[in-house]
Design a protein around this ligand. Sequence first.
Ligand code: GLN
Length: 269
Amino acid sequence: MNEINLIMKQAKETLRSNGIDEREARLLLAFALGVNANDLIKYTECSEEAAEKFREVLQKRVSGMPYAYITGTKEFMKLNFKVNENVLIPRPETELLVEEALKCDAKDVLDMCTGSGCIAISMAYYQKGANVTAVDISEKALEVAKENADMNGVCVNFVQSDLFEKVSGKFDLILSNPPYIKTAVISELSKEVKNEPQLALDGGESGLAFYEKIATEARDFLKENGKILLEIGFDQGQGVKEILEKNDYKNIEIIKDLSGNDRIIVCEM
Ligand code: GLN
């Protein structure tokens, strides 16, 4: 038997010396033991098997695997999503995109580059009566997204497609949190982010490649007065606005996130 306190102390040191917040030790131990973190206080000892599992989990975390890939889940819009290395981990900032999208009260909704499906599934869950289509180029991401739709009890029409290539129909609202990191910047990202799919991060040389493509291709898939809502990087507001203007979209508006950074851009057909 192992002393939980000793294990925790060692784990905190390991995390700290690897530049990771030592508070994760508690969460990772709870995960390894299969208990709720708030209940850890009740345990003073654990089996050798559990200690071994904890060592494995710590090793993964220290090697740069994000916490969410270790536990395999991430909460988004108060819903649970399965995540693995085939999908981007849903970010809290993206909840703003969903909140703004819900205000539109749109019936036919498309989520481009759906990844884990977090945006599409949240729309289907919170906006009863909406018909939601979700698109991704990655078959492996779509597998995860489909599981997430089932897990959350919603129906979403999934399409494997390179952007709009295999999409049909017209939509009131097109949403997307596309890959928007400049290719050259990817190598400078934290090891955690580098563990996420390159495909979900890489926005080409300018970081704006997907906005360019979505802006040109989306027109044919929007109903009259249809809207587009896109998540953008904090420094991409002006760049994406120009792309939308060039493509004749109207009523372009940039919305800031809670940190005061440009985060969402909205426009109309
Ligand atoms: N739409 C998904 C998300 O917001 C995936 C985005 C992506 O892969 N770039 O998390």
